[in-house]
Ligand binder design. Structure first.
Ligand SMILES: [Zn+2]
Ligand SMILES: [Zn+2]
Length: 354
């Protein structure tokens, strides 16, 4: 059946999970301005929940930064996508500063404004007053998001969008740290502290890289069991760690627990490198040991997301085993299950998702 669509009236009304004061989210109908020249309107099909979302819950905020969906509308300056294209969303960058021009979007000089500033770069907002949107340039806990070409990645229409959604932050961060930042190679020894989605992605990537020792450390036995299935050569339960003094090339800390961070530092051999994916800063330790603070696994999403997809298709990056799907309406339950560690990666799906 062919239906003639009338000219769209703006602002568009969308459904968004808006945080309220009791730290619960509530679905509301809100208006969203039309895409600007450089913006792309995306009908969201699914969105992963990342721990960074939980840290930003405050009244009026529309969070969500692992969205995936279908392009609905494009601004006049948009070149690379058209309505109907399928896209996975990632972190935002400006596309114009020195770092972006040098193909280093994680170092974008506007990174913090564009991802955590709840506005466009010029300070304006497409959302009504009192609503904080544009989180990571997407705010995908909603039926619709305004993004740009900098934070979308076109994907093949045959791929399941709900499965791809979480590639845009957590999985990219863990796998990118191993592959892009540390360039782990055959025979290397590493420790991954915390086996949530980020840590599990690091474990799988280290296995692909041929690391000799991949030690996973976590407090949850069910996660350690899965980490071993996915490539960890040894599982250590928190509180029952063995002595790793000076043995490892790399430590990847995804947990941010200070006693474990210290254990990680001590486990490094001379010249070893520890990466903190916890937001804590870097440092230099004696004997050429380094601590790096890494963002998004130093990834260029348009390159790294397709790489992860092809590794998944080949069977060597089975990240779909980490996913637990929820209806979007169950967002508060999904957040609770994420907080408690019951699920590794919750993915919210609107009814049309397949
Ligand atoms: Zn930039
Ligand atoms: Zn995230």
């Amino acid at each position: 059946m062919s239906v003639q669509h009338p000219q769209r009236t703006h602002p568009r009304v969308i459904r968004a999970a808006v945080a309220c004061s009791d730290h619960q989210l509530k679905f509301e109908k809100i208006s969203l301005a039309a895409p600007r020249r450089n913006e792309v309107g995306v009908r969201i099909v699914a969105c992963g929940i990342c721990h960074t979302d939980l840290g930003f819950i405050s009244p009026g905020a529309v969070l969500g930064h692992e969205g995936a969906g279908i392009v609905d509308q494009v601004g006049s300056a948009v070149k690379n996508v058209k309505p109907g294209d399928h896209v996975a969303l990632s972190f935002q960058s400006c596309g114009q500063c020195d770092a972006c021009s040098a193909h280093r979007p994680v170092d974008c000089e506007h990174f913090s404004t564009l991802n955590f500033g709840f506005s466009r770069l010029d300070g304006s907002s497409a959302y009504p007053q009192g609503i904080d949107g544009h989180f990571f340039g997407q705010s995908s806990f909603a039926s619709y998001a305004l993004v740009t070409e900098q934070n979308l990645v076109k994907v093949d229409k045959s791929l399941p969008l709900a499965t791809l959604a979480p590639l845009g932050c957590g999985l990219q961060t863990g796998a990118g740290t191993v592959m892009n930042t540390l360039k782990v190679k055959q025979g290397d020894r590493l420790l991954v502290i915390g086996t949530g989605a980020v840590g599990m992605a690091a474990v799988m990537a280290a296995k692909i890289a041929g690391a000799k020792e991949i030690i996973a450390l976590d407090q949850h036995q069910h996660r350690l069991d899965l980490a071993q299935e996915l490539g960890a050569t040894e599982a250590l339960k928190t509180g029952r760690e063995r002595n790793l003094q000076g043995q490892l090339d790399y430590v990847i800390d995804t947990a941010g627990v200070s006693s474990l961070d210290k254990l990680g530092q001590d486990a490094l051999k001379d010249g070893g490198v520890m990466v903190r994916l916890t937001g804590a800063g870097g440092a230099t330790l004696p004997r050429r040991r380094k601590i790096l603070s890494v963002i998004q696994g130093d990834s260029v999403a348009q390159e790294f997301i397709p790489k992860m997809i092809s590794l998944w298709q080949s069977g060597s990056f089975p990240f779909d085993r980490l996913l637990h799907f929820y209806d979007f309406e169950e967002i508060n339950q999904a957040i609770e299950d994420t907080r408690s560690g019951k699920v590794i990666k919750a993915v919210l799906c609107w009814p049309q998702a397949s």
